[in-house]
Design a protein around this ligand. Structure first.
Ligand code: SF4
Length: 211
């Protein structure tokens, strides 16, 4: 993949937490927890490049995808090619551990894949699916204008952060940080306390100058 392209995986990290995105993609830090290990095992199934045809559907696994216009690229777990009135249409399927989530990070990642496939095959991709480990079933995702717009917005935010090469400060959120594999590396509670101490010191200096 072109080194200048934003990895599609960075988009879901950006939506989950901009600092997590910067630590992984700018600072190249990584740590595994139970959630990420389970996710990796689930992905191993789809990570072997292969093409097979069953019931008229051609299925390509570990397919490299990119869109130069949007400056994004990555590897799609599975792309099915469904035969319709106008020939084959790509249908991306992404494998995820756990349950469907409240935030839209998974939807954005899948939509970014759809935008790449539209660019590569010059067709409209209206729908794809997320396969969740719990329960083991697919959830359909429609690529409507709201999701496309959110995806383009996250691509731009990620690009701006990559260009600035600045890792955002931690914003501690118990639920989000509790599920983050980088919790020990990031130390968000300590950084927040350090920020408060720095702000307090700065205020004392200002007060002293004014008296
Ligand atoms: S621990 Fe929290 S603030 Fe730090 S990277 Fe993870 S989610 Fe973001």
């Amino acid at each position: 993949m072109d080194a200048d392209l934003i990895p599609i995986s960075a988009l879901q990290h950006m939506l989950y937490c901009p600092r997590q995105c910067a630590l992984i993609h700018l600072e190249r830090q990584w740590a595994e927890n139970l959630h990420t290990a389970e996710g990796r095992l689930l992905h191993d199934r789809a990570d072997v490049p292969a093409i097979e045809r069953r019931h008229g559907v051609r299925t390509v696994t570990a397919m490299p995808i990119s869109c130069a216009g949007l400056g994004i690229g990555g590897v799609a777990d599975v792309v099915e090619f469904h035969v319709g009135e106008h020939g084959e249409r790509p249908y991306p399927v992404e494998y995820k551990r756990g349950r469907p989530k409240a935030h839209r990070a998974d939807d954005v990642q899948l939509c970014a894949q759809a935008l790449c496939l539209e660019d590569m095959f010059k067709v409209t991709v209206e729908e794809g699916a997320l396969f969740y480990g719990m329960p083991r079933r697919r959830q359909m995702v429609m690529f409507d204008e709201a999701l496309r717009s959110l995806t383009r917005q996250v691509i731009e935010q990620t690009r701006e952060m990559f260009i600035s090469a600045q890792t955002p400060l931690a914003v501690y959120d118990a639920k989000r940080c509790g599920g983050c594999s980088l919790l020990d590396l990031c130390q968000p509670r300590m950084l927040v306390r350090a920020g408060a101490v720095t702000a307090w010191l700065a205020q004392q200096l200002r007060d002293e100058k004014e008296t």
